[in-house]
Design a binder for this molecule. Structure first.
Ligand code: OSB
Ligand code: MG
Length: 357
């Protein structure tokens, strides 16, 4: 799926997404859909679409096919022998939750225990060729009603850029995401961000560096939010115990699906740490799953879940995800993830398909 505009982070620029979708069918013919949220290249984390395909085909599918699985919640145990590859497994797991919700004629958000009928939306804006272009993009999103703006930073595109954004938009809720582009050697530079009243600084240091983040958090006032570092509820507990962050971004795929996302959510809630829902440039299917996740009680900060039209000229779901003038998405009452699948669109976009029985 070609993106409406390229998206650049500290680890590279993406022009089009290659999205792996999972459809599951049970013995009664009930179906469910999920999305594998990994990138095209193993740069955000170690996963990528090519590997996810093989992990699902050669390992996960043989573990689940023909097995009696009592509930979507139990999927993780069935595939527990696979180390890592959470986004691959998470696409399959989310499809099973969708199936289960549809079967019970329940919207997915209700099925997972969510309550919020309307979720608050923020936008994530990539690195641009110039500060002027960035300022113009922010102006458009603020005018559209989005409730917070996240900009991507990297060495060479950080303090001066944030300063320029703050000067032009003194009152917006603003944050920055470095996607692991810095080390503790940059602590002084990162602490300069303190003067810009950022809501938080997301994942400044290494993707697996809890201890360094704890040291960084002690060296700055701005709350640190962890993304890449948090792959399990146990990681969340450890990060909180160490003081490595004050906010956590929960991504459904990164933690391996809804069951672990719920555990991360609960661990953060119990520790008094607010969470928000991250995004991975998902198609409508992953986007709809993110909306359901965002209805849980401790998702108290605006997430990176925004309108389909910011990414796609035509989404794979119908209607596309739309955002109100208040910068919110209203949840739907339809069973499962709540949107119709545009199967013609999916078919037209498909490069390959494999049926595993
Ligand atoms: O770190 O949150 C991130 C996109 C790709 C990989 C990592 C990240 C992102 C985003 C975009 O920030 C969120 C979105 O709009 O889907
Ligand atoms: Mg991030």
């Amino acid at each position: 799926m070609p993106l409406v505009r390229p998206f650049e982070t500290s680890f590279g620029r993406t022009h089009e997404r290659r999205i792996l979708l999972v459809e599951v069918e049970d013995a009664d013919g009930a179906i469910g859909w999920g999305e594998v949220t990994c990138g095209e290249r193993p740069f955000y984390n170690e996963e990528w679409v090519g590997a996810a395909w093989l992990v699902l085909r050669d390992f996960a599918a043989p573990m689940v096919l023909g097995r009696e699985i009592a509930s979507a919640k139990g999927m993780g145990e069935v595939t527990a022998a696979v180390r890592g590859h959470r986004m691959a497994l998470g696409g399959l797991e989310a499809a099973c939750w969708d199936l289960e919700a549809r079967k019970q004629r329940s919207p997915l958000w209700k099925h997972i225990g969510g309550g919020r009928r309307e979720i608050a939306c923020g936008v994530s804006i990539g690195i641009q060729d110039s500060v002027d272009e960035l300022l113009e993009l922010i102006a458009v999103e603020v005018a559209a009603g989005y409730r917070r703006v996240k900009i991507k930073i990297k060495p060479g595109w950080d303090v001066d850029v944030v300063r320029a954004v703050r000067e032009r938009f003194p009152d917006i809720r603003l944050m920055a995401d470095a996607n692991s582009a810095y080390t503790l050697g940059d602590a002084g530079r990162l602490a300069e961000l303190d003067e810009f009243k950022l809501m938080m600084l997301e994942q400044p240091l290494g993707h697996d560096e809890l201890i360094d983040h704890a040291e960084m958090q002690r060296a700055m006032r701005t709350p640190i939010c962890l993304d890449e570092c948090i792959r399990t509820a146990h990681h969340a507990e450890q990060a909180i115990r160490l003081g490595a962050c004050r906010v956590i971004n929960i991504k459904l795929g990164r933690v391996g699906g809804f069951a672990e996302a719920l555990r991360v959510h609960d661990a953060c809630r119990d520790a008094g740490v607010p969470v928000w829902c991250g995004g991975m440039l998902e198609s409508g299917i992953g986007r709809a799953h993110n909306i359901a996740l965002s209805t849980l009680e401790n998702f108290v900060l605006p997430g990176d879940v925004s309108a389909s039209k910011r990414y796609w000229t035509r989404d794979v779901i119908d209607p596309p995800v739309e955002v109100t003038r208040r910068g919110t998405i209203t949840v739907r009452e339809d069973p499962g993830f709540g949107y119709r699948l545009d199967l013609d669109r999916i078919e037209a976009l498909s490069e390959r398909q494999e049926d595993l029985t």
